[in-house]
Design a protein around this ligand. Structure first.
Ligand SMILES: [Ca+2]
Length: 395
């Protein structure tokens, strides 16, 4: 596509407004500040953007969107280049941040469908028990208020803090004047599938899919004086890791009665003391059938508009083989990823180091690896089903 300067300006204007809206509407800013004088525990700030794709930030190569604060943070802090949202849509991923558990364990399988269960332990509860003051600002969206009442996006007492995310980090590399502060930034899922100008960068798929483009999002962690400056982590890290990692950073033991965690403490990775994760990350979510997710593949491949009049390339969506009503399942280790988007009828294996775009299916060449990864995934799914039945909770 060619684009003249006026076209570029219009596109830039739209993108700027879109990115601002994403940050404005999608900001989840959890501020936890210790209130125990003399303690050395860090303050913790988690910032989550909404639908910010891998390729929607300048530091990942976006040629139009300007993200100077994130670019500087990515350059000077710890950039996580293989960071996964626990799910490819909002509510499940946000639940994983709060609990350290995959949302499949407690029934938040999709956006806004079920509330967080009372038996879940959240990072806010655990930190508060340890003496922290906690707060949440901006988009909540962790499931519905009930099975029938959809949940509001914002806490009515806490209006969105507009560009607080961009102001957290001041020019002196210190967080709003608060010393000893751990800041984590990430997105909650891949870019929206609605518009062409949202970008998953080099990855296949977008929001709502378990392809890399749906899960792999921008992420940066900063803790001045404690974590290396200007480092890049290539090992897989997930939103489920926030909970155990923050507890470790604060020197807080896992509380009694803690349900099974999916996340692990990744401080050794962040500190550069190890290079491999050494633990798999598993995913499972439904295959939805909204027209926004499923495009007319033939029309898209041939450049024609789909039934909704859109021309977005289905190749970028990556779900043309998916079966609505079934499940998408995937598991990745430090190198390989096994994925099915049709309820387990077909499994594909990719070497994400050599083939991050998931274009070269190795399943036929490496059947033993497929079998072993499927076994681990199936055991994880059974564990999640036990969790969903409530077997993790203290009776
Ligand atoms: Ca989202």
């Amino acid at each position: 596509m060619t684009c003249d300067s006026s076209c570029n300006k219009r596109m830039l204007s739209v993108l700027e407004r879109t990115l601002f809206a994403l940050l404005l509407l999608g900001l989840q800013l959890c501020v936890t500040v210790r209130n125990a004088p003399g303690a050395e525990r860090p303050n913790v700030i988690l910032i989550m953007a909404d639908d910010l794709g891998w390729g929607d930030v300048a530091y990942n190569g976006n040629p139009v969107v300007q993200t100077p604060c994130l670019d500087a943070m990515a350059l000077e802090a710890v950039r996580l280049d293989r960071f996964y949202a626990a799910a490819p849509v909002c509510s499940p991923t946000r639940g994983s941040c709060l609990t350290g558990r995959h949302p499949y364990r407690y029934g938040i399988e999709w956006a806004g469908e079920a509330p967080l269960r009372p038996g879940e332990l959240t990072i806010a509860e655990t930190l508060r028990e340890a003496g922290y003051a906690t707060g949440h600002f901006g988009k909540w969206h962790v499931g519905g208020l009930s099975k029938t009442v959809k949940q509001s996006y914002f806490n009515s007492d806490s209006p969105p803090q507009d560009c607080a995310a961009l102001n957290v980090r001041s020019s002196d590399n210190c967080c709003v004047g608060i010393k000893n502060t751990l800041v984590c930034f990430c997105s909650d899922n891949g870019p929206s599938y609605i518009y062409d100008y949202n970008s998953a960068g080099p990855f296949q798929g977008k929001k709502a899919t378990l392809w890399e483009g749906g899960l792999r999002v921008p992420a940066i962690v900063e803790w001045p004086g404690r974590l290396p400056e200007g480092s890049v982590i290539d090992a897989p890290i997930s939103t489920s890791d926030f909970y155990p990692t923050i507890l470790a950073a604060a020197g807080i033991a896992t509380p009694e009665g803690q349900p099974i965690l999916d996340g692990i403490n990744v401080m050794p990775l962040l500190e550069g003391r190890r290079e491999d994760r050494g633990e798999p990350i598993a995913f499972q979510v439904p295959v939805k059938s909204e027209p926004d997710v499923f495009f007319d593949a033939d029309a898209a491949m041939n450049g024609r508009a789909d039934a909704q009049g859109r021309t977005t390339s289905n190749r970028r969506i990556g779900v043309k083989e998916a079966v609505p009503g079934s499940l998408q399942s995937a598991i990745c280790d430090d190198r390989y990823k096994l994925i099915s988007v049709d309820g387990g009828d077909r499994w594909r294996l990719f070497d994400l180091i050599a083939d991050p775009g998931e274009t070269n299916d190795l399943a036929e060449k490496q059947p033993e690896r497929v079998r072993s990864m499927r076994t681990v995934l199936e055991n994880w799914i059974e564990s999640c089903e036990r969790s969903e039945r409530g077997e993790d909770y203290i009776q």
